[in-house]
Design a protein around this ligand. Structure first.
Ligand SMILES: Nc1ncnc2c1ncn2[C@@H]1O[C@H](COP(=O)(O)OP(=O)(O)OP(=O)(O)O)[C@@H](O)[C@H]1O
Length: 431
């Protein structure tokens, strides 16, 4: 890869993500220093910002921060340092703290640039292969992904480390060598220091090949994901529930793949094989009267009447007190309410003016159209609404009268049967 090819690879990956700001994650190591200088030379400086995280884990941590700040000053670029104090000194704790700091710092429209390169990708693939990963793991790091609402991009992912070093030396750049990278006690370092050099002797292009393999697998995975999304469409009961009978009827490996994809689509969490085996065991091989639960980072998997539900960990919070209704989508803590007024003519919205949403109280009852008087409890049971969703289900009222239970029923007198009858339709997507 010549100098121009390196610059083109960098610019091509970045130009697909024209953010408000490109935030350069600068550790001070070779890779992020090269990324910084490529960005400073080829991108408008008014769109650049440097972000450095000080983990306070090594003696020289403050010296690294000072080095990064100096780089920013010499290039006249804005610089932010975030200090974090990870729970312990492991790489994983540092990583968690770093990503939490990244998330906290990024504003809407920012794109975060990370300087992982092809050797990092090769190490990742080898490491995961040795750990027994499947397609998901072997597809390696993606060249871009979402972090909360922001894009993370790795514009140097196809560039071997040696190319970066050659370029950095030619530009007379200086960078920091992290002494912990030289300890082969860590698995990743062992692969980098002891295994990859031996492989390179025999197959000089091993890094490029491993990184090409991961890219092929990413494409295969993309096709698989598209297939799973189509299959999921036939299993969904609302957004956050899957039909348990249909899931039980497919082979276990397919069921696990479907559940993993569904959870990923809703939560961004990827369940690993051990977690999936646990979910499969607890939810599809346990007695029907059991109430299995599986806790994810910020959600809970539950079973109700055989179906699989993904619900927020915060469902016990009281989310509605008294909310005037208006047309459109209303985001509430326990879900999303969609309101459509069906009344024709100029009084259309007046119908909704009178309606308020309240929280359900014990013993409430109403008269759903054509079904006589029913308690809300009975209506929830008949509609197969899981108990944990009932507490936050909004109840629509005018004065003391219940006029609708969104997604379940409209009450007598409030279903628009002609243009002069008040009416509306409502749906509630709990989470
Ligand atoms: N302290 C830091 N401050 C800002 N950015 C950092 C810091 N450490 C790492 N980064 C960013 O992350 C990239 C990858 O760093 P590194 O290879 O050390 O992380 P990793 O642990 O291997 O990977 P990951 O960050 O995905 O866990 C760096 O090139 C840099 O862009």
């Amino acid at each position: 890869m010549n100098r121009q090819a390196l610059i083109s690879a960098f610019l091509e990956s970045i130009q697909a993500y024209p953010g408000k700001r490109w935030v350069i994650a600068l550790s001070g190591g070779l890779d992020s220093i090269v990324m910084l200088h490529l960005a400073a030379s080829h991108l408008p400086s008014c769109k650049l910002h440097i972000l450095h995280v000080n983990h306070h884990l090594q003696e020289s941590a403050d010296a690294w921060s000072a080095f990064c700040q100096k780089q920013a000053e010499s290039l006249a670029l804005p610089f932010t340092q975030i200090d974090v104090f990870p729970e312990n000194s492991s790489e994983a704790a540092a990583r968690d703290a770093r990503y939490a700091a990244f998330s906290h710092f990024l504003k809407a429209g920012d794109v975060l640039l990370l300087a992982h390169h092809a050797d990092d990708q090769a190490e990742t693939v080898l490491f995961r292969l040795l750990r027994g990963s499947g397609l998901h793991g072997l597809a390696g790091m993606p060249s871009s992904r979402m972090l909360g609402g922001n894009n993370i991009v790795r514009p140097l992912l196809s560039v071997p480390r040696l190319e970066l070093e050659t370029w950095a030396r030619a530009q007379q750049l200086s960078w920091i060598e992290d002494p912990s990278n030289q300890s082969s006690l860590y698995d990743r370092n062992f692969l980098r220091l002891k295994v990859l050099p031996v492989l390179k002797e025999r197959w000089p292009a091993v890094v490029e090949r491993l990184s090409a393999t991961s890219q092929l697998l990413r494409h295969e995975r993309q096709m698989l994901d598209e297939y799973l999304d189509q299959e999921l469409a036939g299993l969904l009961l609302g957004k956050c529930a899957l039909d348990g009978d249909l899931l039980a009827s497919v082979a276990s490996h397919k069921r696990k793949a479907l559940i993993r994809r569904w959870v990923y689509n809703l939560q961004g969490d990827t369940l690993n094989e051990i977690q999936l085996a646990q979910v499969d065991q607890d939810f599809f091989h346990s007695a029907a009267d059991k109430n299995p639960q599986f806790t994810l980072k910020s959600a809970l998997l539950r079973r109700y009447r055989g179906n699989l539900h993904l619900c927020s960990l915060a469902t016990d919070e009281e989310c509605i007190e008294r909310l005037p209704l208006y047309e459109g989508r209303i985001d509430l803590k326990g879900g999303v309410l969609t309101v459509e007024s069906c009344q024709a003519g100029s009084d259309r919205l007046k119908v909704l003016d009178k309606v308020v949403c309240v929280k359900r109280l014990e013993g409430m009852s109403c008269r759903p159209v054509g079904r006589g008087r029913k308690t809300l409890k009975k209506l929830f049971q008949e509609a197969s609404i899981p108990p944990w969703q009932r507490q936050n289900w909004p109840v629509c009222m005018v004065d003391d009268e219940i006029v609708a239970l969104p997604g379940i029923c409209i009450c007598e007198g409030w279903n628009a049967t002609s243009s002069d009858t008040p009416g509306f339709s409502l749906s509630w997507e709990p989470f």
